[in-house]
Design a protein around this ligand. Structure first.
Ligand code: 4NP
Length: 141
């Protein structure tokens, strides 16, 4: 799960996907990272932590990190939140195999950045949850 800061959207996506995978007994290795380094080493934004907690998901122990090239080797799927994440990650792809792993979480829609608008955290949670459910459906066929 990749976004810009790895403190708002992708920590939610990591927590939600892990929660849904656990519920279904899926043994998936799920992680998140950012393309920008401003918050490396910090926990998630409190607004994301609170929103997740209100849905029974604890993301408070996550730690912000940067996306790294070896993530292309470690993961089968790299889900990004918006078009700028998409172009930032595709610019790091080394080959066609890397490129094929990178997808928008919502397929053809974006998860907007809620950083500057407190009211967007709950709608962003809902969007991410829908996206995660869809991904699970696609991979469980
Ligand atoms: P995120 O939101 O990409 O969903 O984690 C942001 C968090 C921090 C910043 C930008 C977006 N920032 O510029 O610090």
């Amino acid at each position: 799960m990749v976004c810009l800061g790895n403190i708002c959207r992708s920590p939610l996506a990591e927590g939600i996907m892990r929660h849904l995978a656990d519920e279904r007994g899926l043994d998936w290795h799920i992680d998140s990272a950012g393309t920008g380094d401003w918050h490396v080493g910090e926990g998630p934004d409190q607004r994301s932590t609170r929103t997740a907690m209100s849905h029974g998901i604890d993301i408070s122990k996550q730690v912000c990190r940067l996306f790294k090239i070896s993530d292309f080797d470690e993961f089968d799927l790299i889900l990004v939140m918006d078009k700028s994440n998409l172009s930032d990650i595709l610019a790091k792809a080394r080959n066609e195999e890397d490129v094929k792993k990178v997808k928008l979480l919502l397929g053809d829609k974006i998860v907007p950045d809620p950083y500057y608008d407190d009211a967007q955290f709950e709608p962003v949670f809902q969007l991410i949850e829908q996206g995660c459910r869809e991904i699970i459906k696609q991979h469980n066929k």
